[in-house]
Design a protein around this ligand. Sequence first.
Ligand SMILES: [Zn+2]
Length: 79
Amino acid sequence: MATCSFCGNELKEGRGTRLFRRDGSMLNFCTRKCEVNLRVLKRTPTEYKWTKKYASTAKKKGKGESKEAKHVVKAPDKK
Ligand SMILES: [Zn+2]
């Protein structure tokens, strides 16, 4: 089973796009969204929360982030 080069999800047989570069490297994409993010917009998957690669890097850093973002409101300082 191939995995998506951007988000890291597994690809089912007959699904997704496979791209071969001139240097011989191979890229798999599950959706057009992933392909555009990597090739056109040249984004790195570790910066986006919806990718599996983001979750793996967050664990390595030791920041156990919850699924829902916490809104922290600081009281303004009175002088
Ligand atoms: Zn993908």
